[in-house]
Write a protein of this length. Structure first.
Length: 176
């Protein structure tokens, strides 16, 4: 057996099928507030709505519309919340955030552990979103819609509601 063939066999045994096809932007794994794992590569091929959230913000009621989108399109869309205290409006611990989201808004979509989404301390994923769109979150509930190709990204300011014509106009064709 030649060396290249042996390496290919070893790689096939170690690397999950389709992993090589995962777009760079989706090549991220996160720990959820409930302690589970969220692998964005597993959601390649469907749209992903990414939202930086905060529990104590005037825009926090957008959770209701985000959850409504999640429930309506659960099999075709991934909604993901990224709690952040970058604007000083998030609860102190992941446990408090999880409890707030569950009890106040009955959130079922994945919420990842609290992290920074702006500035030099922003998590790598959010730095990539900023580069892809030219826009960083200016406030809580900024939304990024990643197209099923895992490369095309649309940015929506905080005031753009999850059920707005602007956001749904981009999302609807991706759900077909």
């Amino acid at each position: 057996m030649n060396l290249l063939y042996a390496i290919a066999l070893l790689a096939a045994a170690i690397i999950p099928a389709g992993a090589a096809a995962c777009p760079e932007l989706l090549n991220h794994r996160f720990t959820t507030l409930q302690g589970g794992q969220l692998d964005l590569c597993r959601h390649a091929g469907k749209p992903i709505l990414v939202v930086n959230t905060a529990s104590m913000c005037g825009y926090t009621p957008q959770f209701e519309k985000l959850e409504a989108l999640n429930r309506k399109h659960k099999d075709k869309l991934l909604v993901v919340g990224f709690p952040s205290n970058d604007f000083n409006q998030e609860l102190a611990t992941n446990k408090e955030i999880a409890q707030f989201c569950r009890l106040t808004y009955a959130i079922e979509f994945p919420m990842v552990e609290k992290a920074s989404v702006t500035g030099p301390d922003a998590m790598h994923f959010y730095r990539q979103l900023r580069v892809a769109t030219g826009q960083a979150p200016q406030w809580n509930f900024h939304k990024y819609l990643i197209a099923p190709d895992g490369k095309t990204v649309f940015s929506f300011a905080t005031k753009v509601e999850p059920d707005s014509r602007e956001l749904l106009g981009k999302l609807a064709p991706m759900l077909k």
